[in-house]
Design a protein around this ligand. Structure first.
Ligand code: CDP
Length: 684
């Protein structure tokens, strides 16, 4: 086994200076809230302090992170500080990747993984301490864990300690939620940060950030620059343009420069580059998403450029539609971003918006994810816990989601048989909850097992979960570049079938990386889909009743039209069904509220010889960009749709919410859903 690199000198971070105070509070209380500036050592030091003080004698310490990238990077850092190989005493677990062992006593894990662990072990007995880190991010899973911890500490009063840590969270609100638990405020060591505002919003924030970055490089003393962008595409653009402009600067006019991207989908070996010091006489430009706001602390930053925007996924429960919008950040986020400039010495923050926008237009804090997400998966999870006296509409949330979105989740779960007409979880629902997949895919796998096409469904679920980007069929090859080989085309049945064909072709190539590059597919993503598939196989073999056929591949010979798989998809996506208009290729969704939607231009689905698309399709998701689109769609037969339509007609939202949700006067009396009896061409 390779020996770990020598531990760096132990950092003297604000948290470490308050060790005794923290331990005294934890000794005396079941729940403690710790508020401290980003970079004060909450993520890396608290677990080590409690380990040193004997808390790992009775169980391990779990530290949850809302982001996968943080779980991996912080555990790596802590293993390094303790001088142990990662995966031994210190490890991490994220969905589809577990780097822990029997010896692991400090475990970093995503909040979603901890929720999943609590399904098989509701009391989480393996842990003596649970630290909910980064609680200010208010991720959906952390919010649910907050509610669960409230229950758990009464059950395990004598042997469980819960810490909730945050950079910006309203400590008093959390303390009140936990019956007045103590709040420790760890004073930070932030240096002053001078803020500069633009006189108006730039029309192009990438261009404006570029100009500011070059200005800093030309005029300001040494010090790294952190530039906040909204997502990977912006970052890629910014990195290449910035490199180009720096190269065009007059030689010798500025110090050297290194431009580094930082975002969640960056391979780990590239992520770690931002933590390494810059070479001498070199200024680093780190171009990051909001992951650098609080999750990952990049040291030595002196200048911050804040475009004032963030990319946010937003779910609308009344249309079932997701939109990925670039929205204004909140004041809390703006302050966090500015704070990144003052960690090592006084810094400067360039806000590319006027002060009046900051003061009057920005929200005080970011809307918690629980209030802007589809809750079907979370509600199924809560139902499967079998907690006594639990009514989903009354679960103790720090900030409750809207009733509309809880009811939307219940409707969805009913349509895919996860709950019955009285809102009780079904046998199918229990199996679904054990699969680390969104409800539609877990339901598809169960149905596929019944129909004898599990192997195919596993490949589809794996490749969808790995979020592979397909480029060949969607973007034309640029002249001069080697022409890539065409991907399979879904044989006229749509994107899920194409994904299956891709996986099967890759399988036939013997998982050859060259096959991926020949088809313009990322090797890393394809490898991940293979790992995901293997793990799903293991899980489903453990939980499924009856035989499971996970190995047979290339089963098309027996089912040339993929009827079994498409039927399983129809059941799994029973709540994501659309019917074509009579006279054109527009669709409307079938369900609680009909919504006009279109096939996403990236789809491989094609019309018949008259150009007509299939009458019914299921879709993986609805997204609203320039207009409402269905993404990843599959043609299904009318006969398979009939039972779903019948279920829709019977659906009584009062009954599935446990009979306790009397509609308020102001709300729509949506006792029965509106199911079109036959296709209506609304656009005529
Ligand atoms: O959690 P909090 O924001 O309070 O701080 P932290 O993440 O524990 O970071 C404390 C120190 O460890 C900072 O100086 C980070 O730069 C450093 N760190 C690191 O070098 N590598 C990581 N993967 C995580 C933290």
């Amino acid at each position: 086994m390779p020996s770990p690199s020598p531990p760096p000198a132990p950092p003297v971070l604000p948290i470490s200076e308050h060790e005794d105070e923290i331990v005294a509070a934890v000794d005396a209380n079941p729940v403690v809230v710790v508020i401290g500036e980003t970079g004060s050592g909450k993520s890396t030091q608290l677990s080590q302090i409690l380990h040193r003080r004997g808390y790992t004698r009775r169980g391990a310490i779990a530290v949850t992170q809302p982001r996968r990238v943080a779980a991996v990077s912080v555990s790596r850092r802590v293993a390094q500080e303790l001088g142990v190989p990662l995966g031994d005493e210190v490890g991490y677990a994220i969905r589809f990747e577990d780097r822990t062992s029997e010896r692991t006593c400090i475990k970093y894990l995503t909040d979603g993984v901890l929720l999943r662990e609590s399904l098989s072990n509701p009391e989480l007995k393996q842990y003596s301490v649970i630290i909910l880190d980064e609680a200010h991010e208010r991720s959906l899973n952390t919010d649910i864990l907050l509610g669960l911890m409230k229950r758990l500490i009464t059950e395990r009063a004598s042997d469980l300690k819960v810490l909730i840590t945050s950079a910006t969270l309203d400590g008093l609100k959390v303390s009140k939620f936990f019956s007045g638990c103590p709040v420790l405020n760890i004073p930070g060591t932030l240096f002053p940060v001078e803020k500069f505002y633009s006189t108006e919003r730039p029309t192009n924030y990438i261009e404006s950030s570029l100009r500011t970055a070059i200005d800093i490089h030309a005029k300001e003393p040494p010090g790294d620059v952190l530039i906040f962008m909204t997502g990977k595409d912006d970052i890629d653009k910014m990195v290449s343009k910035l490199e180009e402009r720096i190269q065009n600067l007059e030689e010798g006019s500025c110090m050297d420069a290194l431009v580094l991207p930082l975002h969640g989908s960056l391979p780990p070996e590239l992520q770690v580059r931002v933590f390494a010091p810059a070479p001498p006489n070199c200024r680093r430009f780190i171009v990051a998403t909001n992951v650098a706001e609080t999750s990952l602390t990049v040291d030595r930053v002196v200048f911050v450029i804040d475009c004032g925007y963030v990319k946010q996924r937003q779910y609308n429960p009344s249309s079932g539609m997701y939109s990925l919008d670039v929205v204004q950040i909140s004041r809390v986020q703006a302050d966090q971003r500015a704070g990144r400039a003052g960690r090592t010495r006084p810094g400067k923050c360039y806000r590319l918006y006027p002060m009046s926008v900051y003061e009057k237009e920005f929200l005080e804090a970011t809307v918690p994810e629980i209030q802007r997400s589809s809750l079907a998966g979370s509600v199924l999870y809560l139902k499967s816990l079998n907690l006594p006296d639990i009514n989903i509409l009354k679960f103790d949330f720090l900030d409750p989601p809207s009733r509309e979105s809880l009811e939307d989740a219940l409707r969805q779960l009913y349509l895919i048989d996860a709950i019955d007409e009285n809102g009780q979880i079904t046998e199918v629902g229990r199996i679904m909850a054990e699969l680390p997949l969104e409800p539609s895919l877990s339901r598809t796998l169960i149905e596929a097992n019944e129909l004898g096409c599990l192997s195919q469904a596993l490949s589809v679920a794996a490749i969808l979960s790995a979020e592979i980007t397909l480029r060949s069929t969607r973007s034309k090859d640029v002249g001069g570049k080697r022409k890539k080989q065409e991907l399979p085309d879904g044989s006229g049945w749509g994107d899920h079938i194409q994904l299956l064909q891709i996986f099967e072709s890759w399988d036939q190539s013997g998982y050859d990386p060259k096959w991926c590059s020949d088809h313009d597919l990322q090797v890393r993503g394809m490898k991940l889909s293979k790992d995901v598939r293997n793990q799903l196989c293991q899980i489903i073999q453990k939980i499924a009743k009856g035989p499971t056929d996970v190995h047979a591949r290339k089963s098309r010979k027996n089912d040339p039209d993929y009827r079994k798989l498409r039927r399983a998809l129809c059941v799994g996506y029973g709540n994501q069904l659309a019917e074509r208009m009579l006279h054109h290729n527009g669709y409307h969704t079938v369900g609680y509220r009909a919504q006009l939607v279109q096939v996403h231009p990236s789809s491989v689905l094609e019309g018949d010889e008259y150009g007509k698309f299939p009458m019914y399709v299921v879709y993986h998701e609805l997204i609203s960009t320039t207009r409402p689109y269905m993404r990843n769609i599959c043609a299904v037969d009318q006969a398979w749709v009939e039972p779903i339509l019948k279920k829709l007609q019977k659906l009584d939202v009062n009954q599935i919410s446990g009979g306790s949700s009397e509609p308020k006067d102001s709300e729509p009396q949506d006792k029965h859903v509106n199911v079109p009896k036959k296709a209506v061409d609304v656009q005529q």
